[in-house]
Every structure is written in C-alpha cells, then in structure tokens.
Design a protein around this ligand. Structure first.
Ligand code: NAP
Length: 247
C-alpha cells in the first residue's frame, strides 16, 4: 500500500474534504491522526469507521489558530507516534461578505484559522520532520487565492498567503528532505459552500470545463499523490483541482 504505516496528521478532519482525505490516506495504509476543533463526535465517528474497515486512526482536539493547543497536539503526536511523515493542513473557514460589510472580527477569525493555523502546524511539523530528514506537507489553498472573487477579499487573501508560504517553505525545507505543496480546489460539494447562493454555484459550474461540481474525493486523490513517493520530486507547487474552471 502506498502509505503503509506512514504517520499522517490531517487538520479539520471531522467533515468535508478533510474527512475524505483521512479516509483515503487510511485506506492506503496510513495511521491517520484526525484533528478537529468543535466536532468531537463527528471526528470520533470517523475514527471508528476507519478502524472498523481495518484502518488505523486516532483523534486529537486542537484549534489550529491557538499556538498553545497546536503545541499540545504535537506533544501528543511525539509521545504516541514518535514521528510525523505527512501533514495535511486542511482546516479552514469561509465567511463570505463584501469587504465594505466585513466586521474586523471576521477578518481576524479567517486570518487566524486559514493563515496562522497553517503556519502554526507547518512550523511544528517541520521541526519533527527535520530530525528524520523526510516529510511531506500539503497545504489547502483555493482557486480564490489564485484568481480572487468579489466577496472573498479576506478568504482569498488567506489562500494567496497559503500559496506564498508554501513556495517559501518548500525552499527552506527542501534541504532537510521535506516537500511542501499546495492544492487549490475549485467548487467542492461540502458544508462550507452551503452559504453560497445557488445561482452563484450554478454559474461556477457552468464556467467549469468538466461541467460538474467537485467532490471531496477529487481533492483527496491529489492529496494522496502529494503524500506518497509518487511526488518525491515535486515541491513548491500549487495543483489546481477545479475541473478547469474558467475564471
Ligand atoms: P468544511 O466542510 O466547512 O470543514 C471545515 C473543517 O475545518 C472542519 O472539519 C472543521 O472542524 C475544521 N476547522 C475549522 N476551524 C478549525 C480550527 N480553528 N481548528 C481546527 N479545525 C478547524 O470545509 P471544506 O469544504 O471541507 O474545506 C476544507 C478546506 O478546503 C478549507 O481549507 C477550505 O478553505 C478549502 N477549500 C474548500 C473549497 C470548497 O468549495 N468546499 C474550495 C476551495 C478550498 P470542526 O468542525 O471540528 O471545527
């Protein structure tokens, strides 16, 4: 199996894209560590499902925007597993609003989870991975971070930031044997996009060459590639998973 006994941390694993990534990595032999913030029951249910299917999974609570909670999470990983092979920085939040209507508290929350949270986990993971001179970090960006969208100034800013962090971290960590890549999904069918208007979603699908909405599994398959030795000479890249959306 492609990820036999690899120790993989997936942030925001309780639902949506993170859930599907976790299932696919576990199905390929990984020991998955399912991070959640508020959805403890959903995360435990997922762990139980993976274990029932013969996989290996455990859950760990941490708000990725809190340095203290992230430190505790990595302490747990060091104690339980001694090493980390793959980090999937998937946790993220979306609060669509026109910039002129966006409260400062929303700016802070989106920045804290999407950008600071990604940095917090990437930095702690790199410290663990450098000791064994190998590791793979995959950051969840978005098509919005590459091309922008009205109503997503803050969200798009965080996702452009994730792409920027990915390129610089790849250069810094490459000599330590660690690859860092990003995935930039288009419109993917999860709870996150429930807040988008139906007409807007229909327009996006119409602008997509493949004429369908993406599924979490579409993203998970690319994350599997970036987590495995199939991508050993790939670093600093952002791979779009958007059905060729014309923006
Ligand atoms: P989702 O269904 O809303 O799930 C978000 C996940 O992030 C949940 O598991 C949630 O866990 C977790 N999370 C939120 N805040 C957290 C925090 N402070 N600490 C730890 N975990 C936290 O979203 P999704 O659609 O699967 O999105 C996953 C990633 O893909 C995000 O980074 C998103 O920006 C990106 N993305 C999504 C789309 C799309 O169309 N869906 C497109 C492009 C990019 P709890 O419930 O436990 O808090």
């Amino acid at each position: 199996m492609m990820l036999q006994d690899k120790i993989c941390l997936v942030t925001g694993a309780s639902r949506g894209i993170g859930r599907e990534i976790s299932r696919l990595l576990a199905g390929n032999g990984a020991q998955v560590i399912l991070n959640y913030n508020s959805s403890a029951t959903a995360a435990q249910k997922l762990a139980d499902e993976i274990i029932a299917e013969g996989g290996k999974a455990t859950t760990v609570k941490a708000d990725v925007s809190s340095r203290e909670e992230v430190d505790e999470m990595f302490k747990f990983i060091r104690k339980e597993f001694k090493r980390l092979d793959v980090l999937v920085n998937n946790a993220g939040i979306l609060r669509d609003n026109l910039m002129l209507m966006t409260p400062d508290s929303d700016y802070d929350a989106i920045m804290d989870v999407n950008l600071k949270g990604t940095y917090n986990c990437m930095q702690r993971a790199a410290k663990m991975m450098m000791r064994k001179q190998s590791g793979k970090i995959i950051n969840m960006a978005s098509i919005i971070g590459r091309y922008g969208n009205a109503g997503q100034v803050v969200y798009g800013g965080t996702k452009a930031g994730v792409i920027g962090m990915t390129m610089s971290a790849a250069k810094e960590l490459g000599p330590l044997g660690i690859t860092v890549n990003a995935v930039a999904p288009g419109l993917i069918e999860t709870e996150m996009i429930d807040q988008l208007k139906d007409e807007f979603k229909a327009k996006l699908i119409d602008n997509t060459a493949l004429k369908r909405i993406g599924k979490p599994i579409d993203v998970a398959r690319v994350v599997l590639f970036l987590s495995s030795e199939l991508s050993d000479y790939v670093s600093g890249q952002t791979i779009g998973v958007d059905g060729c959306q014309v923006v």
